[in-house]
Design a protein around this ligand. Structure first.
Ligand code: HEM
Length: 528
């Protein structure tokens, strides 16, 4: 098969929303489409008059609209600034498509939770869905029968009770994380990355990743990168659907070949890992029970309603949804503990009261560790790993607070805006676990996982994983700032980057054992 190297990513845009990539677009297509659009726009304006208020937003330019306003970096923060000018809903129009950012907690929960059936579809993206084949992956599946079946399957395997059954896995990977941080504390970010990848790989396929160069981790990363490229790079055919009928040999239609190439990568991830598990099972190679082996067995025994294709794609969606997001949360936890020494000390004192420094915490200790729970929730709020939801499509037109929503509008909730809403959270820029405790009574930020039918199906697992990581790391290590030549502490400024998943910029810290022989905790687990 013909292969080629992916070109550097164009300016990054939000998933599912696109600007035009010049190399893909024929001038003819643009000119013709602009003419048609102008006419359609004028006619529409004339014939459709509504008493509802139009959603406000930056003014833009004729036809191209807000193409040049699209925030390709720091999207959550930019939308938060727009909120101050335009209010709870901010509209951007690009080439006749309407994209509405939702910024207020009440509007978001009204549309995505209360009216979830109307606003839980995904926009139709010809390139990534038809050419790359991502339509069968849960995050991209249109709202309908397939989506509901996938969701049921996900709920069954990611339910809190099921997560509890994986405690041995969390313990094993947690100990390996501690050993890595003990041996090379400066590489804490790599150890956390491996912890997240390996945990997801083992849970889904039963493969262990001993380091970050493990071929399964590399394949998954490549697949995620190419899939993200397919979604966010910006493809003319998504704006001008008739471009799909042009033959692939025409200049400017190279995107068809590129789609096939990306599809081969995605297929390799979907089928490669699955086939390897099948092969190992057939040859009697011992494998830990995983999502794939359990469901393969059930299907073989005729006890499952899910076929092979469903098992494969769900496995890929779980791995894809889990690994980057949980790694991001893991780094943010270390950063939060570093710059909030007081919170770190309080969490460590609470852990010590429960374990007596004689063992590592267990899941059953969760109820006795309310401060640690608050520490974890506050990490999710202070640094939301997925600051804006994936885009939702309005299946019907509607009205909210006197504003008009049109059928096919793309709606994106800025979850970051909720985390910074002063009516929701006091002094929102400050990291403060106490806000949920001792009569603080602020709402637990469940919203960081989204709302309604599209709420993150991995929320319980994500919480369990970060809680476990926090409990283990804070049992054994102190996280301190570096000091300069005069002995002054050098606290990093918290800064975050990333599009779909946002994570802290690299930072330094000093990680040391809390006492001599603290390693006995994870090497022997004295009273496990
Ligand atoms: C730090 C942890 C995580 C955060 C903050 C997070 C957050 C989110 C958010 C905000 C969405 C989009 C909701 C929407 O479009 O309205 C989402 C979707 C999704 N997440 Fe997560 N997530 C996390 C971890 C996980 C884990 C551990 C898994 C799998 C085990 C997972 C699987 C998914 C999937 C499959 C979707 C697509 C759902 C759909 O389209 O219906 N996520 N997540």
């Amino acid at each position: 098969m013909e292969t080629f190297v992916l070109p550097p990513l164009p300016p990054r845009l939000n998933p599912f929303t696109h600007t035009l990539s010049s190399n893909e677009l024929s001038l003819f297509a643009v000119a013709a489409s602009l003419g048609v659009l102008t006419l359609v726009y004028a006619l529409r304006k004339f014939f459709t008059r509504s008493n509802l208020k139009p959603v406000p937003g930056p003014p833009g330019v004729p036809i191209l609209g807000n193409l040049f306003d699209w925030p390709s970096e720091y999207q959550a923060e930019t939308v938060q600034e727009w909120k101050k000018v335009y209010g709870p809903m901010v509209k951007l129009g690009i080439l006749g498509k309407r994209m509405i950012f939702l910024t207020s907690p009440t509007v978001i929960s009204e549309l995505f939770a209360k009216r979830s059936a109307d606003y839980s579809d995904r926009p139709r993206l010809i390139f990534s869905q038809d050419y790359v084949g991502l339509d069968i992956m849960h995050p991209m599946t249109q709202f309908g029968a397939d989506f509901k079946q996938q969701r049921k399957f996900m709920k069954e395997v990611l339910h809190a009770d099921v997560i509890r059954k994986h405690e041995d896995l969390l313990n094993e990977e947690g100990r390996r994380l501690l050993q890595g941080m003990w041996d090379t504390p400066k590489n804490f970010d790599r150890h956390l990355r491996r912890f997240s990848s390996s945990l997801s790989l083992r849970l889904v396929y039963g493969f262990e990743a001993m380091d970050n160069d493990d071929p399964h981790v590399l394949l998954a990363e490549e697949m995620m990168q190419t899939a993200e490229y397919a979604v966010i790079a910006g493809w003319a055919v998504d704006f001008i659907p008739w471009l799909r009928y042009l033959p692939a040999w025409l200049p400017g239609v190279g995107w068809k070949k590129r789609g096939a190439y990306i599809r081969s990568k995605v297929d390799a991830m979907i089928s490669g890992n699955y086939d390897e598990v099948m092969q190992k099972v057939k040859s009697g190679v011992p494998l830990r029970d995983s999502f794939v082996t359990i469901n393969m067995r059930l299907a073989k025994e005729g006890k499952s309603t899910y076929d092979e294709q469903m098992i494969k794609t769900t496995a890929t969606a779980i791995y894809g949804g889990a690994s980057d997001t949980t790694a991001s949360a893991g780094w943010s936890l270390i950063l939060a503990m570093l710059i909030n020494q007081d919170a770190q000390r309080k969490a460590q004192e609470e852990i010590d009261r429960v374990t007596g420094r004689q063992r590592l915490p267990r899941m059953a200790d969760k109820a006795s560790l309310p401060y640690l729970q608050a520490v974890v929730w506050e990490v999710f709020r202070w640094a939301p790993p997925v600051p804006v939801t994936l885009p939702h499509r309005a299946r019907y037109g509607g009205e909210i607070d006197g504003y008009e929503i049109k059928k096919d509008d793309t709606l994106i909730a800025n979850l970051y805006s909720i985390s910074r809403d002063e009516e929701y959270h006091t002094d929102p820029e400050t990291y403060d676990p106490d806000r949920y405790l001792d009569g603080g009574e602020e709402r637990t930020p469940y919203y960081v996982f989204g709302y309604g039918h599209r709420r993150c199906p991995g929320a319980d697992m994500a919480f369990a994983q970060l809680f476990h990581q926090a409990a283990y790391v804070l049992s054994v290590f102190d996280i301190r700032p570096e000091v300069d030549s005069k002995g002054n502490a050098m606290y990093p400024k918290p800064e975050f980057v990333g599009e779909m998943v946002r994570h802290p910029k690299p930072f330094k810290c000093v990680i040391t054992p809390r006492w001599e022989n603290a390693d006995l905790l994870f090497q022997e687990d004295v009273k496990a």
